[in-house]
Design a protein around this ligand. Sequence first.
Ligand SMILES: O=C(O)CCC(=O)C(=O)O
Ligand SMILES: [Fe+2]
Length: 475
Amino acid sequence: MVTSLKKSVPSTREKVVKNTAEDLTLANHGQKMADRLQIAKLPPVEVGYVRQMELKPGKLYEVKTVAMNPEIFLIPEFLSSDECDRLKALATENGLIKSKTVYKSNIKGGGGTDNTSLYTKETLRLFDQDNNNFLNVSETYRALSKIEGVVSLSQSSFNYMFDEILDFNSDRELDQVEIQKLTKMTTKVEKWIKRYKSGDVKPNEAKRRRMGPPRLSRQAWLERKVYDKDRELTNRLIALTGLHSDIITTSENMQVVYYTPGGHYHAHHDSSDLDLNLPCEHTRQLYPKESHNNIKEIRLCRFITVLYYLDDTEEGGETAFPVADNDTYTMVDYQKDGRAVNPYDLSNYCKDANLIIKPRKGLAVMWYNHHINNTTGMLGEHNLFSLHGGCDVLKGEKWIANNWIALDENHDMQIKFHRKQLYGGNKARTGKSSSKEQVESGNENYVDTVKETKSDCNSRQEVVVSHPDATRVPL
Ligand SMILES: O=C(O)CCC(=O)C(=O)O
Ligand SMILES: [Fe+2]
C-alpha cells in the first residue's frame, strides 16, 4: 500500500478515461499557439477513485485520487525506471548544491553589530577553506583547536559535540549566527568535554525537539530540452493535466532534490497567495521595462505541482500533507491524542499528517495549489490545504523531482508569456539552468531574495519573492 490515509477510504471504482485532449496530438505534431486557454482540473470524484488514463498512445496509467482538498492524485509508474535513473544521473552531472533556504540567504548579508560581523568575517577568513561562508565540522575543529581539550577528542567525539552544542539548527555546518556564538562557547565547550570524558553527557533532548533547518537537501535544476529531448515526459504531463501544451512547455525547469538521512523539508506551500498587486514570478518579464526596476516583490503562481520519486527510500522520507481534507484550516499547534502537534514540523510530527505518501520509484504525485477562478477561468485563490513537505529520511537516500506548472490569473498575460517564451527568443525559464539564479520554493515565515538576471532587465536587483507563509518584507 503506497499511501496511508487516515480518513476512511471509500471503495475504489475503476474507469477507463481515454485522453481526448487535443493537446496530446498537438504536442506530437508541432506547436499551434493557443489563442484562448481553457483551464480545467482533473475531477477528483472521491477519495479512492481510480481512473485509467491513456497518457501515452497505447499505454494506460492508473490515476488514483487520494485527497479532495486539495485534489491530490497518485500515478504509479508514471516514470519508467530508466527515466528515473537518467534524471538522477543528469542531476548528479550538473552538480547537486545545497538547497537554499530564505533563512540562510537572509542571514548571509547581515545581522548583528559591527563587532559581530568582524568576528565572523575574521573566523571565516581564517578557517572557511572552501569559501562557502559556512564552517563544516573539520573547519570548526580547526577554529576551536586552541580550546583546551578539543584536540584530545577523537573525530567522532568532536562530531558529537558539534551536533549537540554548536550546530544549533542541525544543518551540519555553522552559519554566521552560529559562528558568532562561538565567541561565548569556550567555557561551554570545556565543560562539555569534561562531562563527556567522565561519561556524564546526556543527549540534548531540547535540541532534538527543535525543528532544525526548514530544508536539508541538495538539488539541481534541469532544462526541459536536456531532460526530455523527445518530449515523452512532457506529452504525458499534457495528457495528465489536460492543459494546453503551451502551459506545460513554458513551465519552469525541473528541480531534482536529493536527501540523505536527517534530510527533510518542513511543511510549506509551493505557491503564493493570490495578490493582484504583485506580479507572478513567471510573467513579471512582461511588465514594461520602465516599471521593471521598480518591481521589488513578486509571488509564485504555481497552479500545479507534479512530484516524482526517482527511487525507493529505505526508511522515512514520506511526503506529508498535514491538513489535506481537514474540515477547517488552522496552522497553529493543535492537540492530538493529548499531545501538542506542530503541523509544520515534519521531523517530529510526520506521522500526524492526514496524508502520508511513501516514496516509490516512478510514482508521481500531482496536486493543485490553487482553485480556479469561476469568472475568469484562470488562476484562483491559493488553496492553503495544499501545505506539504518531506519527512526526515531515516535510512538510505531519497531522490525526488518537481515539475511546477505556472498560471497567471490574467488570461492575456499568460498568452503573452507563451508567445514570448516560445517565439520571442526569450530563454529565461526554459533556457537557463543556473541553480543559483532559479527562484526557490519557500518556507514558512521566510522570504526568498532572488538575484535578478533576466535578459531584458537592465540592472541586477534584489527581488523579494512573496511566499504564502512569508511575512512580506519589501526591500
Ligand atoms: O521531499 C518531499 O517529499 C517534498 C518536497 C517538496 O515539497 C518540494 O520540493 O517543494
Ligand atoms: Fe513543496
